[in-house]
Ligand binder design. Structure first.
Ligand code: NAD
Length: 424
């Protein structure tokens, strides 16, 4: 399997409908595959590459890849951007697929939301279903319908008539088949990040959503962090002047978690992804907030990018240091470079540096940096540098950052104002 990674992807001539999907598809190598109709009997919901159930089509060159991304599938309905959700009197009924790591932790948050009810849950694992049932019961909600254990029980959940929204927290390759099926069954679909793992799947989501008139949502929670909301308010108020540059990342060392099982099973789907893909496999935790600061798709748009990876070393060395020689994981080849760095240029000429590294030993960061003509915010730790202004908020001439964390005046001031973040 050969992955083509065009060193310099020109997005300038790409039609706008495609551009959104290109960035959505995570700046990853061009791995394409055919997509069966989720309503047909041959649809297995396995998601392709991870389960090996589909034949992948690999593009041969950067030119072929560019030609492919310029091809727009015919629209199947009007845009869903800005279309309001239907009103609910009382309860929004959620069906959850995948109640393992993220699905279980998210359950705590969702159970705290008034007017939201888990009416159904599905998982392939009985122990995780039991655990989720206990949490729902402890929150005082009625017992949900349980689908599973089993690989295909999620389809019955999608078909259940009394569900408004299907929440998907499974491994990456399953997000799109599950979301498509949910929308075909008349439900809104919301999935964990990354929503999709290739361009074809991005279009399948857009087209199915526009045809079925159901929303399809990637749940990028990092856009709603305290610092991110504060910085967005400051950008909207012009505190940084003209925004010229941003930096974003997902740098999160997880070697031992990658080498271990996922929800009790081997191989770990996340480790498996880095045996077949090089590039940035998880771009939106960092890129989502910076895109909001810059008003991407609301007056500006990504136009060009260049992306390169370092060698791969840290996970292999950790594995070899911690496993026996006969361990089957010793046969694995981790092709994803430890650090991937992408530079994106927008139509307005702004630049973004985007990084991904989940194996090198270093503390967590998403960079979360925005630079403007009148100041800069950088995170991890949260800090600020502003030109001196009439309200004395700046420190022109100094080489020191100002603390912008919890309890500081700037946080109190800008977190308390309401955020306008119309994503339409
Ligand atoms: N937004 C965030 O901050 C955040 C944090 C962690 C994980 N995530 C995302 O959440 C998703 C899940 O990650 P995780 O770490 O919880 O993975 P996990 O492997 O721990 O959990 C996946 C769950 O899906 C279930 N599952 C797998 N196949 C299934 C099938 N065919 N039918 C029904 N259930 C099935 C598994 O049994 C498991 O319970 C991923 O997309 C990940 O990237 C997001």
């Amino acid at each position: 399997m050969v992955n083509i990674h065009p060193p310099w992807l020109q997005l300038a001539d790409v039609p706008p409908r495609r551009k959104v999907a290109i960035i959505q598809r995570s700046l990853r190598p061009f791995v394409l595959r055919t997509y069966p109709n989720p309503m047909s009997s041959s649809f297995d919901g396995s998601g392709g590459a991870v389960h090996g159930a589909r034949s992948d089509e690999i593009l041969g060159s950067a030119e072929e890849a560019l030609a492919y991304i310029k091809t727009i599938p015919p629209r199947q309905g009007a845009s869903m951007q800005g279309v309001p959700f239907e009103k609910h009197d009382g309860v929004v009924r959620v069906g959850a697929i995948g109640v393992g790591g993220r699905g279980a932790s998210q359950m705590k948050e969702m159970l705290a939301v008034e007017g939201m009810q888990y009416v159904a849950i599905a998982d392939r694992d009985q122990g995780l279903l039991d655990h989720a049932l206990g949490a729902i019961e402890a929150a005082g909600q009625p017992k949900p319908v349980v689908f599973g254990p089993g690989e295909d029980s999620w389809k019955q959940l999608c078909e259940h008539p009394d569900i408004d929204l299907v929440y998907i927290a499974t491994g990456w390759e399953l997000h799109v088949p599950m979301a498509l099926y949910a929308m075909e069954c008349g439900k809104h679909a919301a999935m964990e990040v990354p929503a999709a793992v290739n361009l074809r799947d991005c279009w399948a989501m857009v087209d199915t959503s526009e045809r079925t008139r159901k929303h399809c949502i990637q749940l990028e929670n990092c856009c709603y962090g305290q610092q991110e909301m504060m910085v967005l308010n400051m950008c909207n108020e012009g505190k940084f002047g003209t925004i010229t540059h941003g930096e974003a990342a997902y740098i999160h060392e997880m070697r031992d978690s990658l080498l271990g099982p996922k929800a009790g099973v081997q191989p770990n789907w996340r480790r498996k992804a880095i045996t077949s893909n090089d590039g940035n496999l998880y771009p939106t935790h960092g890129l989502g907030p910076v895109s909001w600061y810059m008003g991407i798709n609301k007056g500006d748009v990504f136009e060009k990018m260049v992306s390169m990876s370092s060698p791969s070393a840290a996970l292999t060395e950790r594995r070899d240091d911690t496993t026996e020689e006969a361990d089957p994981r010793r046969q694995e080849d981790y092709v994803c470079g430890d650090m991937n760095t992408t530079i994106i240029k927008t139509a307005k000429g702004r630049t973004i540096m985007l990084q991904h590294d989940i194996v090198s030993p270093r503390p967590y960061t998403r960079h979360n940096l925005v630079q403007g003509s009148k100041g800069c915010f950088a995170d991890y730790p949260p800090r600020l540098f502003l030109d001196q202004s009439s309200d004395n908020e700046g420190q022109m001439g100094s080489h020191d950052w100002e603390d912008a964390g919890e309890g500081t005046a700037v946080m109190e001031k800008y977190i308390s104002t309401s955020v306008t973040c119309d994503t339409a």
